[in-house]
Ligand binder design. Structure first.
Ligand code: PLP
Length: 381
């Protein structure tokens, strides 16, 4: 089945007793046992709930993995994956990384004796240089948030395999519609499903998919033991949201390309970071390993004062954190999503006081461009 069909089939046909087209919201914490030693497959809902199971099976099918696991947030999913490592282990991680992932690595896992090297994984020689005898995993975001560096996944995965490392990919920016790292040989995919998979800025959730069942069962064990499960209502919202992922991603991509080109030509814009621009250094790699470029654009304006003018004057676009929903959102990474990363590191990687990040929604591109134009005009006045 093609992915468009798989997306629409998510959760369909799972309730033969009524024929309900969608999976119902099983708002139940516990399930009756048919007899001593017997189970319907559902006992207590921390372990499994039918609505969550439908979602977990759907995401596993979409990412082509054996096991899908749904968490209360993307960060709960990241925590469950990082719990695979122990005191003495070393990880190599994309340096331009989601701020929350950086925070748990530096504030929580470092206390437990797990060390991390942050490198630009787009340059594999940096990964090679960071290898140590105790390195256990390579953790990649591609494209990165917010600098949009693109890592060559097949090459990075091959290097990881040579050194017996697990490859973990945070696939939030691309979604399984555009990029499926497990098919390229990665071991684990993480999603903040609060973003494109949910797609409507109305749910916080995380999804983890493991390529093989042994790894998947470890993550599932942690989910059941630690308990940060996704509730049935939110699982249902994801099952509903994901059905339109193909249509949404195509529109995000189409709008983002138009806006990236418009921004490139604007006098007050210094640089546009969008991997769908042919001038982007990752453009050719993206074409090999993904089927689209997504809806995320970062851009640097020519003066820090322009940042507040834009954020205060956009009207169709909302000044808000998060990304991946149908509504366009603009954020200021240095002060919001990436505020936990020290300024010196931020400036080195490019997350400066002039950088804005735009999550391009599915509105009409003309309205988004008009909105940006009027906000820029407010600065020039
Ligand atoms: C938002 C985000 C996360 C964290 O997910 P939450 O659902 O907010 O907990 C992790 N990685 C990336 C790339 C994100 O954008």
């Amino acid at each position: 089945m093609k992915i468009e069909t798989l997306l629409v089939r998510s959760g369909v046909g799972r309730d033969p007793s009524t024929g309900s087209i969608t999976t119902p919201i099983y708002q139940a914490s516990t399930f009756a046992h048919p007899a001593l030693g017997q189970s319907t497959g559902f006992d207590y809902a921390r372990t499994a709930n039918p609505t969550r199971t439908a979602l977990e099976e759907a995401i596993a099918a979409l990412e082509k993995g054996e096991v899908g696991v749904a968490f209360a947030s993307g960060m709960a999913g990241v925590m469950a994956v990082l719990a695979l490592f122990k005191n003495g282990d070393h990880l190599i991680v994309s340096e331009d990384l989601y701020g929350g992932t950086y925070r748990v690595l530096n504030e929580i896992f470092s206390e437990q004796g797990i060390t991390v090297s942050y490198v630009n994984t787009a340059h594999l020689e940096q990964v090679k240089d960071a290898l140590r005898p105790n390195t256990k995993a390579l953790f990649i975001e591609t494209p990165t948030n917010p600098m949009m560096h693109v890592t060559d996944l097949p090459e990075a995965i091959a290097l990881a395999k040579q050194h017996d490392l697990l490859t973990i990919v945070d696939n939030t920016f691309m979604s399984p519609y555009y990029q499926r790292p497990l098919e390229l040989g990665a071991d684990i995919v993480i999603h903040s499903a609060s973003k494109y998979i949910g797609g409507h800025n109305d749910v916080v959730a995380g999804l983890v998919v493991a390529r093989c069942s042994s790894l998947g069962e470890k993550i599932r064990f942690y989910q059941n033991a630690a308990g940060a499960i996704l509730g049935p209502q939110d699982s249902w919202l994801l099952l509903r949201g994901v059905k339109t992922l193909a249509l949404r991603m195509e529109k995000h991509n189409e709008n983002a390309l138009k806006i990236a080109n418009w921004l490139t030509a604007h006098d007050l814009v210094e640089k546009v970071y969008y991997p769908g621009l042919e001038t982007h250094p990752g453009y050719e790699i993206m074409k090999k390993q993904a089927t689209g470029f997504g809806g995320m654009i970062s851009f640097a304006v020519s003066h820090p004062d322009i940042v507040s003018t834009l954020l205060e004057n956009v009207k169709v676009i909302t000044f808000a954190e998060s990304l991946g929903g149908v509504e366009s959102l603009m954020t200021f990474p240095a002060r919001q999503t990436h505020a936990d990363i020290p300024e010196e590191i931020r400036n080195r990687v490019g997350v400066t006081n002039c950088l804005l990040r735009l999550s391009v929604g599915i509105e009409h591109a003309d309205d988004l461009i008009k909105d940006l134009k009027e906000a820029f005009d407010a600065y020039q006045q």
